[in-house]
Ligand binder design. Structure first.
Ligand code: G3H
Ligand code: 13P
Ligand code: ZN
Length: 368
């Protein structure tokens, strides 16, 4: 079916008071799993890759040190792959750059075929964020690509107070920012946090969502709000990892909190941590329960044992990076054996999110 801009998918969600999960991938198979899960739920799919993910898909095992060439290679690989799948899929599909750090990375992704990019200038001075975002919007819109900007800084939860020094998003500034840059999507800081440890009792500042949307409506500004750092960190998955020998801590955003902000205008909910956790749990289950015979000669299992407190699957899959970021003619035995478990992990998170955020069934309603 269609390969379409994220804004088309998300405006429908915003206007009908539901949200879409946007799922981070680092392996080609995960993109396929997302599309299949969304086909099962008959809803649009938003697949996203952050810069370290682009480097990893570009074949760079130490993905934090990726060069622009690694990222370019990664962007082309994932875009070609997703575009091919989208053509055959029965749902609308969008491919988004998550936390783009520079104009250059956004441009690389757009040239590679992404139809949505984020430029994250949130750590810059306001005027610099405006300038950088505007530059990306000018280029992206010429190519029919949606743009997400960010205002406010996501960090620790406890130390946030809504004051002159707050790093939460200021709704007045959000209005000014969207008017001046023309972004289609805006990531706000309102109490979420990246990673597994979000705090014991996450409370979202719903008033920030409500007042930002009110201001947009008064001034006829057509923009969708995005919630980063929104993984639910399901308790059952954390427990299962630890029962299988892992040593992971985590507490996520309660679904009840997200349910309160979705009808007010949060239409894109980013999830990365949950897929990482489910992937880690499935791999541990593979080696400890279903196929212990693979342990002995495994190139993956020793790396998992080495880092029991980590759920960074890119680390323990690194020996097989080339097979996982391309479409090899033939997989090694170990990769072939784990692939279905990688797929299941991604699907578990996507299918759950599609139901919880109520995106299921929207494929026939989204019009380009
Ligand atoms: O918000 C960023 C995502 O969690 C992506 O993670 O930067 O390690 O690829 P990454
Ligand atoms: P989580 O760490 O909560 O999954 O957030 C992911 C995210 O915001 C990606 O941009
Ligand atoms: Zn994020």
């Amino acid at each position: 079916m269609a390969y379409i801009q994220s804004k088309t998918i998300l405006k429908h969600a915003r206007d009908n008071k539901y949200a879409h999960g946007a799922f981070n991938v680092n392996l080609l198979i995960q993109a396929k799993a997302i599309i299949e899960a969304c086909e099962e739920n008959r809803c649009a799919a938003i697949i996203q890759v952050a810069e370290p993910g682009l480097a990893f898909i570009g074949g760079r095992a130490d993905f934090l040190n990726g060069t622009i060439e690694d990222k370019k290679r990664g962007a082309k690989r994932i875009a070609n792959y997703v575009k091919k799948l989208a053509k055959e899929a029965t749902i609308p599909v969008s491919l988004h750059l998550d936390h783009g750090r520079s104009y250059e990375t956004c441009k690389i992704c757009i040239e590679a075929g992404f139809n949505s990019v984020m430029i994250d200038g949130s750590a810059l001075e306001y005027e610099d964020n405006l300038k950088l975002t505007k530059k990306v919007v000018n280029y992206a819109h010429k190519h029919g690509v949606s743009v997400e900007g960010e205002l406010g800084v996501l960090a620790g939860v406890e130390d946030h107070v809504f004051s002159a020094t707050s790093t939460y998003t200021n709704p007045l500034l959000a209005l000014d920012y969207v008017k001046k840059t023309g972004v289609d999507l805006l990531a706000i800081s309102y109490g979420t946090k990246h990673g597994a440890v979000k705090g014991d009792n996450v409370k979202l500042r719903k008033e920030i969502v409500i007042s930002t949307m009110e201001l947009f409506n008064y001034e006829n500004v057509d923009c969708v709000l995005v919630s980063h750092g929104s993984s639910l960190v399901p308790e059952y998955i954390v427990n299962e990892i630890n029962e299988l020998g892992g040593n992971v801590k985590g507490k996520g955003v309660p679904i009840s909190e997200l349910n309160e902000v979705i009808p007010s205008g949060i239409a894109k909910i980013n999830m990365d941590t949950d897929i990482r956790l489910a992937t880690t749990r499935n791999l541990l289950e593979f080696y400890e329960i279903y196929h212990p015979e693979y342990k002995e000669n495994s190139k993956i299992y020793p790396l998992m044992v080495e880092k029991r407190d980590s759920f960074e699957y890119r680390y323990y899959l690194k020996e097989y990076i080339d097979e996982l970021v391309t479409e090899p003619k033939k997989y090694s035995d170990e990769v072939k054996a784990i692939l279905p478990y990688l797929v299941l992990a991604t699907k578990e998170i996507v299918l759950t999110a599609n139901v919880l955020f109520k995106s299921f069934g929207d494929k026939t309603k989204i019009k380009e």
